[in-house]
Design a protein around this ligand. Structure first.
Ligand SMILES: [Zn+2]
Length: 421
């Protein structure tokens, strides 16, 4: 699974993106006045500049930031006012864009584009019913994480199904897992591949980019549609990119740096039992080349499902932030998970399971939850990692990107339980 782009047409052939050149962005003065939605003393301009820079650094994009008196999103239609505005003003136009979704949504981005699929304007509206901070305050959305995600939309990216990617649909407030939610401030490799698929790398990136493309069929010969296909760096197990198959079972992973990748596929979890995950093979990606990987999947149905990850007793769809050199108690939620019949595994040599640490928890009849302790090597590169649940019959389900190795500190490690360092 992983990054997706936005399209100009129903058939999804024309990808939305900006024409080459500098993208002008206007920051509304609503950010600079006293504003009940912003924690006082937040250094807004630096935060906006940093979140633009985060994308500029990895792809062939440039922004120009100005301050503007405009307050409101352009009304929906063929074209807007030509100003790509970032605003937090409590105007009726901005309030209206959230409809009844005022509780959980941090922001929305409205895009205008022409017949050729070139984006002509994109307005980012921070939810005026919500509060934002820059210091990790509990109950606030993180301003930088929110803006970095929305700038991804402004550039033409849609949501990724990699947990832990900046473009993942699920963006929580500070306080989930009793942690600040800074993960989306930094891009995952999946976000980087997605933006390079649209704009290419910065010229200095010599080994970028290559493509893996192919078609997946089910064992019965029908198209494997809505399957997650993802690429892990073979050496580290880090998730580098992924996509979903279309209705014909076709997939195409662009924006990959040169290197050796292990490719996996599994049916998108939709809360029901589906087909067991499997490894499709190893691929050597080189710049400017397309590697074709088409396969008939051998996997049969599995009689369990994994859908959620968790930490500190909370279950959600947010990746668990972890640090190298520590141990953590991680939860996984789904259907039909029994600690006696399953093992937990990792593709990364940097992450291992503490023996005999799998425990069942009672979260009611609808959800089955188990926890396990992981040990993270101090040399683990930053990025997103998967773990899998596997039955005695080798039926396998992955939480793709459920663990994210971050530089900000997760203090809730079980160091004292282990006492081995
Ligand atoms: Zn979004």
């Amino acid at each position: 699974m992983a990054y997706t782009t936005q399209f100009a047409d129903e058939a999804e052939t024309v990808r939305l993106h900006w024409k080459n050149g500098t993208i002008p962005i206007a920051l509304s003065t609503s950010f600079l006045k006293q504003n009940p939605n912003l924690k006082p003393d937040s250094d807004v301009i630096s935060v906006v500049q940093r979140s633009l820079k985060t994308w500029e650094k990895v792809a062939n994009i440039e922004f120009e930031l100005v301050i503007a008196d405009e307050q409101s999103v352009s009304p929906s239609g063929k074209s807007g006012d030509g100003i790509s505005l970032i605003t937090i003003a409590q105007t009726s136009e901005n309030l209206a864009i959230f409809g009844s979704d005022t509780e959980e949504v941090s922001a929305r981005t409205r895009i205008f584009y022409n017949g050729k699929g070139f984006i002509t304007e994109a307005d980012i509206i921070l939810n005026p019913y919500q509060q934002f901070s820059t210091d990790g305050s509990i109950g606030y959305f993180d301003l930088e994480a929110t803006l970095t995600h929305e700038i991804g939309h402004l550039l033409g990216l849609a949501h990724s199904s990699v947990f832990g990617a900046t473009m993942c649909a699920h963006q929580g407030k500070n306080g989930i897992y009793n942690l600040p939610n800074f993960s989306s401030r930094t891009l995952g490799e999946d976000d980087i591949a997605g933006i390079r698929a649209l704009y290419g790398a910065k010229n200095t990136e010599d080994s970028c980019c290559g493509i893996i493309s192919g078609k997946l069929l089910l064992a019965n010969g029908k198209a494997a549609k809505k399957f997650q296909v993802w690429a892990e760096e073979t050496e580290s197990g880090r998730i580098m990119a992924g996509v979903l198959t279309n209705a014909e079972g076709n997939f195409r992973i662009e924006g990959l740096q040169g290197g050796e990748y292990s490719i996996y596929a599994q049916a998108l979890s939709e809360g029901k039992f589906s087909i067991s995950a499997e490894e499709l093979g190893k691929v050597n990606v080189t710049k400017g080349k397309t590697f074709i990987l088409s396969q008939k999947l051998s996997g049969g149905a599995k009689n369990f499902d994994v859908q959620y990850v968790g930490f500190n007793g909370q279950i959600s769809e947010l990746a668990v932030p972890i640090n190298g050199g520590k141990s953590y108690l991680v939860y996984v939620g789904g259907k039909n998970l029994d600690p006696n019949n399953f093992k937990i595994g990792f593709n990364s040599p940097f992450i291992s399971l503490t023996p005999n640490s799998i425990t069942r928890h009672d979260y009611g009849a609808e959800l089955s939850v188990i926890s396990f302790e992981i040990k993270v090597d101090s040399k683990t590169p930053a990025g997103e990692y998967s773990f899998f649940v596997q039955s005695k019959n080798n039926e396998t389900g992955f939480i793709v990107g459920g663990l994210t190795v971050e530089s900000f500190v997760n203090p809730w490690n079980s160091y004292f339980l282990l006492g081995d360092e």
